[in-house]
Design a protein around this ligand. Structure first.
Ligand SMILES: *Cc1c(COP(=O)(O)O)cnc(C)c1O
Length: 295
């Protein structure tokens, strides 16, 4: 297998408006699977999948997980079928979107419209098929996230920190809940619900078999996923300028907004922000912001 960087990402020390913190640079992992998708798909990427000929998944058309799975399918030479509710025309024509990149990788999409929920909730794998739930919310994800936790624990110990706060953004919450299981007991993990409500996160965690020992949630009650908020864009452009790191405009924007609103929690201990990648989707978000500005 040719070389893929799937673990041991570096850590950067940065400053934003006088707040000094660290960034775990999972965005610097292999660009096809970067961020937490590299962690979540780690098991599949490191196994042969010989008995599988078709990968099936479902979810949003802008999904970073979709793109990462399309790269997985291409690499492993598997057919990739992706169920969506409805294809949004603006996304279809945007030639840098996750969607088009995934189609170029051979992804076949099926638009299910009103049948979407019924079909996706009742999927069952035939022989030779692999079903990956929306966003990779699966038990296999734990292996890559345990590795991420080990890297953080080692870094924590080698820096002689007494305590540490860590933050990881949540979509499905899969990354956060597995990370929580393996972090050192002097590390507190925070997350924010970027996609659904906090209740949605608890539901996801219950579905994955967790009923206690949850990460702390900074509750997002204001920002709807993938909607445009000029104030978030401005914050992100400032952060990018001051840290020299490009963050993603879907998850990191909401996350930093909440971190800044709750800053006193994060200033009394060292703070490590996990960069989950996803910057491949920034181009289409910036186009949408530019379009909004014209109106
Ligand atoms: C997928 C993704 C997340 C959320 O991961 P979950 O495990 O679904 O919670 C966060 N940030 C970025 C950039 C992502 O691509």
């Amino acid at each position: 297998m040719f070389h893929m960087k799937l673990n041991n990402s570096p850590t950067s020390k940065v400053q934003y408006n006088g707040f000094t913190f660290y960034v775990k640079r999972d965005d610097l992992l292999d660009s096809r699977f970067n961020g937490n998708k590299a962690r979540k798909l780690y098991s599949f990427l490191t196994h042969s999948l010989d008995d599988i000929d078709t990968i099936i998944s479902y979810g949003g058309v802008q999904s970073n997980a979709m793109y990462a799975i399309s790269e997985l399918a291409k690499l492993k030479q598997k057919k990739f079928i992706y169920y969506i509710k409805q294809l949004n025309k603006t996304i279809q024509v945007n030639n840098t979107s996750n969607y088009l990149l995934s189609v170029q990788n051979g992804m076949q999409t099926l638009e299910l419209l009103n049948n979407y929920t019924m079909v996706t909730q009742n999927l069952s794998a035939k022989p030779h098929e692999l079903i990956i739930k929306q966003g990779g919310a699966e038990d296999y994800a734990k292996h890559g996230l345990q590795q991420l936790a080990n890297e953080i624990n080692d870094w924590f110990i080698s820096n002689n920190f007494k305590k540490l706060n860590v933050f990881i953004a949540s979509g499905t919450g899969t990354s956060a809940i597995y990370l929580q299981q393996y972090l050192h007991h002097n590390i507190t993990l925070y997350t924010a619900n970027c996609v659904g409500s906090p209740e949605y996160l608890f539901q996801q965690w219950n579905t994955l078999g967790f009923y206690s020992n949850y990460p702390q949630i900074l509750a997002n009650t204001k920002y709807r996923f993938a909607n445009l908020y000029p104030e978030l864009l401005i914050t992100m452009l400032n952060i990018q300028q001051q840290t020299n790191i490009e963050f993603d405009l879907l998850y990191d924007s909401v996350s930093f907004q909440l971190i800044m609103e709750n800053l006193p929690i994060f200033t009394d201990k060292p703070f490590l922000y996990i960069h989950c990648g996803g910057t491949v989707g920034n181009h289409s978000m910036l186009q949408r912001y530019a379009h909004l500005a014209k109106k």
